[in-house]
Write a protein of this length. Sequence first.
Length: 139
Amino acid sequence: MTQRQPPAHDPSADDEPASPAGPADDAVNASVDWDRLISRLAEQPQEDGWVTLQEASSAAGVARSTLRSWYRAGHVPSRMVAGTHGPQRLVPLDAVLDRALQSSRARRQLEHARSLEAEVEDLRRRVRALERHLGLDGS
């Protein structure tokens, strides 16, 4: 019969009372750590210009997976904040847009989106001119 070795001492657990009941209570202790993390994240000051990955993705025209690779590689800063459904990662929109403009693919996508916006505005002007010409503009 083999004897089980006691678990190694974890110095980070010294501030928490030991759980005599076993694995079920370990899950409760884990949620206490989670709650502490959330409260620390909630204490961080809000800064203007920091947006969610989804907002940055929409604004810069790049995929969220691209944003993840950028912040993991250190190309853009990021931070975690408390969100409605748990921690949420924020990135500074200016840094994301700057990085996107350095990427030739993202630059082409951004230019294409801008050209589509200009085309839509041109079509709106033409429709208004036609409505005036036909007397449909309400005057």
